[in-house]
Write a protein that binds this ligand. Structure first.
Ligand SMILES: Nc1ncnc2c1ncn2[C@@H]1O[C@H](COP(=O)(O)OP(=O)(O)O)[C@@H](O)[C@H]1O
Ligand SMILES: [Mg+2]
Length: 368
């Protein structure tokens, strides 16, 4: 039990604003249950930071909660001597920050940079690891260098599509029959398309047309686009990683996401709206495959320089295990995979939250 003040930052500008609010409601309860004082700070969809005192249960009742205003303005300053925030201009001391923010402007190193300037310890990865794991293209290169198998891909950045279209089309052809087109830095499946080349062979006009439309969709979210081989017939498996206050890294039992009939893939609706997926915790896997997944999850965590926590997502087909992505601030709703994998590994929700806060406070400040 501790009596530290935890600034709980939630909401945010990304498409995962509501998910963050629901996560924060549960984290808030767990922080209070383990003796922490919560300073609730919401980031509105337009980016304003406000104090938001309403009880988390009020947020939880709404299907997709959105915070548009609060009771006071909040500012993180660049003056570390304040060791806290300004609430309506008045300094309020904060011991540690828990940024339960997902996606761009939250999970991508930007808020972490702000917290570095403010000189405040915070839960989760630092600036570099957060930005790295947010950018699917760069993460692939780093993981590959660490001998972690990743989904084969073709990058499309800058004006590459106009400069070297033919070469790109040839390389994308080698990834077919199914490809996924994704913004490099997004989240919650926004801007992602699945395209299938019927019948194999050279790419038809239908495929190229669908590809160009998919590139436009992805570029609406990020000028950096990744075209990936579709892992047809693979299972989606996730594994949670965390660090305790001594810096010790541990991995959870893996879990499986089974997308229900009628959904193309684990898209936004399937994830958050239509209950489009079944979560199986722990996953039913051969013990050798489980061991491989756990070892790779830990290797990803270390290779990317993550801190505190991460959820590593895989595609698994028989013995073949490849990494899809690494999430540095996964969902924390009571039904989210990250806390459920830890529950199934013997770590109850409140203990998990308390230990993440303890780990963040034990970490030495420095270049992150
Ligand atoms: N290469 C792929 N092969 C098969 N399915 C994929 C592939 N890439 C993405 N998907 C599907 O799309 C979903 C979202 O993609 P993901 O890369 O995890 O993006 P996000 O960061 O939005 O979660 C995955 O959970 C999976 O269902
Ligand atoms: Mg994902």
């Amino acid at each position: 039990m501790s009596d530290s003040t935890v600034a709980l930052v939630f909401g945010g500008r990304s498409s995962e604003h509501s998910i963050s609010c629901i996560s924060a409601a549960a984290v808030w309860d767990a922080l209070e249950a383990t003796g922490h004082t919560v300073l609730p700070i919401a980031v509105t969809p337009s980016g304003a930071m406000v104090r938001y005192d309403e009880r988390p249960s009020d947020l939880r009742g709404v299907e997709l909660p959105i915070v548009v205003e609060g009771s006071a303005s909040v500012v993180f300053t660049t003056d570390p001597t304040i060791h806290g925030v300004l609430v309506d201009g008045e300094p309020v001391r904060v011991d540690v920050v828990f940024p339960v923010l997902h996606g761009p402007w939250g999970e991508d190193g930007t808020i972490q940079g702000l917290l570095e300037l403010a000189g405040l310890p915070y839960v989760g990865s630092g600036v570099l690891a957060s930005a790295l794991c947010m950018d699917k293209l760069t993460l692939k290169q780093v993981l590959q260098a660490a001998q972690v198998p990743v989904t084969p891909w073709v990058p499309i950045v800058g004006d590459a599509w106009t400069r070297e279209r033919d070469e790109l089309v040839t390389r994308i052809g080698e990834l077919t029959p199914v490809v996924f087109v994704k913004p490099s830095r997004a989240g919650s499946s926004v801007g992602i398309s699945r395209i299938e080349q019927a019948g194999g062979g050279t790419l038809g006009v239908d495929f190229i047309g669908a590809l160009e439309a998919a590139l436009d969709d992805a570029r609406a979210h990020d000028p950096r686009v990744v075209v990936e081989q579709g892992m047809v017939g693979s299972r989606e498996i996730e594994c949670a990683v965390r660090q305790d206050a001594n810096g010790q890294v541990s991995v959870s039992v893996p879990a499986e996401i089974r997308v229900r009939e009628g959904f193309d893939f684990y898209d936004f609706d399937a994830k958050y709206i239509a209950d489009g997926a079944e979560l199986i915790v722990p996953a039913d896997l051969d013990p050798r495959v489980t061991a491989r997944i756990q070892a790779l999850a830990e290797r990803c965590f270390r290779a990317a320089g993550c801190e505190g926590l991460a959820r590593v997502d895989f595609f698994v087909r028989d013995e073949q295990v490849v990494v899809n992505e690494v999430n540095t601030m996964p969902g924390f709703t009571p039904i989210s995979m990250f806390p459920r994998m830890w529950e199934a590994s013997g770590v109850p929700y409140a203990d998990l939250i308390d230990s993440l806060v303890g780990e963040a406070m034990a970490r030495r400040p420095g270049l992150r």
